[in-house]
Design a binder for this molecule. Structure first.
Ligand code: PMP
Ligand code: GLU
Length: 393
């Protein structure tokens, strides 16, 4: 009988993209929505990056490129990984895709067989379980909470490993919690992965958005044995405010990258040709703009955490990275507020404030607020949340 596949039937649309679209649609109707939903920097793409794309387009660089990206771009990525992350990958061990999300999808397709277990620390970014599901993998969630700044203690992780464990998804700094693993924790995870022989997909897309002098540690840089098991994922969306450009990449052992390339060659082919010189310009350009953006995020982070903790029924820890806060709002649950979805509906209807329910991140006691929006919006939004929440208590 004609019907959509079982696989497609099991996929839910991305709730982070859905809330962003909903808030933008309400704004387009003239409704004054404060949007804490968006997982994208509110800064413009740097001018020198745009210029590189314009020059490339005008020069006629508009044809297919190699599936895995141009030689120039892979060289720039290889140098970036060496310079900033202590990772040695040649051009043949790098593949560029249409966003880090696409790289993660390809990496999971390339490594996970039906029934293989994939360990995902929770709260997790919404797309990880769906991507694993599309490969018929089995998600093994490991819960974390505020007591460890949302990082998994090594003993807890060890207990989650089984002979069927194929992959661990590590995301530091984390979306949605902002949790950051320190060097010692990353070393312990590396040791466990080598001991038990599973892959680590290290999603490092928020590496540059990190506070209070914390160090970002790339797990693949901790020795040859762990490097062989690591798939490093990164992209341009967050560090260079390029969410709409769809540019991401993966670096791993050649057989994994070759498999990802084969998959990509039959689905997307190459990423957009004339964005590739722009990506080179982003990687080789001044770091100053990134630093300025992070300094601005830091001010907002301090402010938003302070304001949230002043609201009765809400507690919020200070995140170490990314541009999200993940307050515990379970003190507000009861009556008509049955959980995070109901609370986010209430905030949108009652207060014109868009936030993402924790349920989509596997953590219903929480909601996620992105502070990638102006200080003026943050002040207004927090005033509204405080007023709406006071009616619940
Ligand atoms: N990983 C994480 C943790 C994210 O938050 C995002 C959000 N965009 C991505 C990957 C994907 O980024 P993109 O596809 O825009 O490069
Ligand atoms: N990653 C961002 C977020 O979590 C953008 C939306 C998405 O790709 O999920 O909001």
């Amino acid at each position: 009988m004609a019907s959509i596949s079982r696989r497609a039937g099991n996929v839910s649309p991305s709730p982070t993209l859905a809330i962003t679209a909903k808030a933008k649609a309400m704004q387009a109707e003239g409704i004054d929505v404060v949007n804490f939903g968006a997982g994208e920097p509110d800064f413009d793409t740097p001018q020198h990056v745009k210029d590189a794309a314009i020059v490339s387009l005008q020069s006629g660089f508009t044809k297919y490129t190699p599936t895995s990206g141009t030689a120039d771009l892979k060289k720039a990525i290889s140098e970036k990984l060496r310079r900033e992350n202590g990772l040695q990958y040649g051009a043949g061990e790098i593949i560029v895709s249409l966003g880090a999300k696409h790289s993660i999808y390809n990496a999971v397709q390339a490594t996970v067989d039906p029934g293989d277990e994939v360990i995902i620390p929770a709260p997790y970014w919404v797309s990880y379980p769906e991507i694993v599901g599309m490969a018929d993998g089995k998600c093994v969630f490991v819960e974390t909470d505020e007591s460890t700044d949302f990082t998994v203690p090594i003993d807890t992780l060890r207990k989650a490993v089984s002979p069927r464990t194929k992959l661990l998804i590590l995301n530091s700094p984390s979306n949605p919690t902002g949790g950051v693993y320190n060097r010692e924790q990353i070393e312990q995870i590396a040791q466990l992965a080598v001991e038990r022989g599973f892959y680590v997909l290290s999603d490092e897309i928020y590496e540059k958005i990190i506070y209070d002098g914390r160090e970002h540690v790339s797990i693949g840089s901790l020795g040859d044995a762990i490097k062989k098991l690591t798939i490093t994922i990164n992209g341009f969306s967050k560090a260079f405010s390029m969410t709409g450009w769809r540019l991401g990449y993966a670096a791993a052992e050649k057989p994994i990258v070759d498999a990802m390339e084969a998959i990509q060659s039959h689905s997307a082919s190459n990423l957009v040709s004339f964005t590739q010189p722009a990506a080179v310009a982003a990687l080789n350009g001044p770091e100053e703009l990134v630093r300025e953006m992070v300094a601005e995020f830091d001010k907002r982070r301090q402010y938003i955490v302070g304001r949230l903790n002043d609201i009765k029924g809400i507690t919020c820890t200070m995140p170490g990275g990314a541009f999200y806060v993940f307050p515990n709002v379970s003190g507000l649950y009861g009556g008509k507020i049955t959980g995070s979805d109901a609370l986010c509906d209430y905030l949108l209807r009652e207060a014109n404030v868009a936030a993402v329910a924790g349920s989509g991140f596997g953590a219903d006691p929480y909601i996620r607020l992105s502070y990638a929006t102006s200080m003026g919006n943050i002040e207004k939004g927090l005033d509204r949340i405080a007023a709406a929440v006071s009616k619940l208590l």
